[in-house]
Design a binder for this molecule. Sequence first.
Ligand code: SF4
Length: 352
Amino acid sequence: MTAVTLTETGPGRRGDSFLSVQDLHVSFSTEDGTVKAVDGLSFEVEKGTTLGIVGESGSGKSVTNLAILGLHNSEHAEIGGEIWFEDRELVGASRTTLERLRGNRIAMIFQDPLTALSPFHTVGRQIGEVYRKHKGASKREARDRAIEMLDRVGIPNAKVRVDDYPHHFSGGMRQRVMIAMALVCDPALVIADEPTTALDVTVQAQILDLLKDLQDQMGTSIILITHDLGVVAQAAHNVLVMYAGRAAERGTVREVLGAPRHPYTWGLLSSAPRLGSAVDVPLKPVRGTPPSLLNPPSGCRFHPRCDYVKQVGPDLCAAELPELSPESGHGDACYLTLKQKQEIHTQLMEGR
Ligand code: SF4
């Protein structure tokens, strides 16, 4: 877990949205019933910015992004709502449209490059194939582009390393190769799913810096999926906190990590180390476990784990699903009043 420290990395830019997800629902039919993996989620990503999507396992963050990539078009999955990307609606898009977009306008960086890269082909060939497929380049052009990309992501001696296989690279270097492959066609959007989880903290910081540099050079937008608030503080502009398939809180990094409003965000922050706090301050994980999405709790999905139900009145928390409010800017889905949230947050900070 990376320590949470707010830096100038997250200026909280808000500008043109070019990815807009509206009331997204994704459910899967299983032998045990219907799993509601994403349940009425809306968010936007702006050009050239990074949105960090945070939450525990099973919060729906990876499923949301697979829906953007159109990978849920199967008989077992049902998708509702709208996903607008560069003036195209993706939920109803044809397989051909989605295949044209994937790897070209929208690219993915996976957590484990060893499983995402083929062990049987050189990295140059794998990067070049993506370029040839989407840009119609010749073998020569594709090889030159692969060398250029390896060089750009900081692989030393790229002209030679282009002929190496994935297992010839260290974990951090393999992740750089994955980034080269993801960016080879100049995508407008990169979805990075826990891209640094398998790396030690020093290499993790290097990879996050690299992504930021490339974003500055190429104007790419990034969705960074992570369970680690320290990574979000380091690399994102805006944050979406997800719980049980829904949005719990959203805002800029400064707003959400500096003045969090939702009890679940307080819990996530209390369970993460903070730079600057005394070493003997104990970490406090969120009590209980994430709910089953086969049969999620009624009302606020977080109410069985929430310490503040009494302050609202249990009837409301367990009966009515809170919506994210206000509609834009720093918002959260909780019935506590803003004054109560501010007082509780101040008390929590004083107790650290
Ligand atoms: Fe807790 Fe109620 Fe707020 Fe949900 S709505 S986070 S249960 S206080």
